[in-house]
Design a protein around this ligand. Structure first.
Ligand code: MN
Length: 155
């Protein structure tokens, strides 16, 4: 029997450019996309999501500073986390349900070209064009810290 609860995590990552890494647990690894502008609750928003390398499952709990010279150098925050399930998957399209601390409800990932996807909120009870958690909920769900506090390693 498959595991009932699969995890997802969204890590805010201030590397060369600030972006959000959306990761879902698939077959024991974290399948990952870079979402430059983060997720939206507005079904009219189409957020670019670029498929990137799988990460180890344990990386879902990583928050801290990756030193200069290392891959992904910069500050990483656990911006959101929770569980997910696949609603429907067909060629180039994944419908996914998120139960996170910030992001909830149905989302669809639509493959455009090569590694480029669009990340779109589905119209459901959680859809809300006025909510913008990227701006209004900027702190870590792991430690409650801001990016600056993580960077300075202060509590
Ligand atoms: Mn990243």
């Amino acid at each position: 029997m498959s595991k009932l609860k699969l995890i997802f995590v969204i890590q805010k990552h201030d590397a060369k450019t600030l972006h959000y890494d959306f990761r879902i647990e698939v077959d024991g690894v974290l399948k990952s996309w870079v979402v430059p502008r983060g997720l939206s609750f507005n079904p009219k928003d189409k957020r670019l999501a670029i498929e990137t390398e799988d990460h180890k499952l344990s990386y879902a709990k990583f928050e801290g500073v990756i030193p200069e010279g290392e891959y992904g150098a910069g500050t990483v925050m656990v911006w959101d986390r929770g569980t997910y399930r696949i609603i429907k998957e067909k060629d180039g399209e994944i419908e996914i349900w998120l139960d996170g601390e910030k992001m909830n409800g149905g989302f669809v990932l639509v493959r455009m070209k090569d590694k480029n996807w669009l990340f779109i909120k589905m119209k459901d009870e959680f859809a809300d064009a006025r909510r913008n958690p990227v701006l209004t909920q900027p702190k870590s769900v792991l430690t409650g810290r801001t990016m600056k506090q993580i960077e300075g390693n202060v509590k």
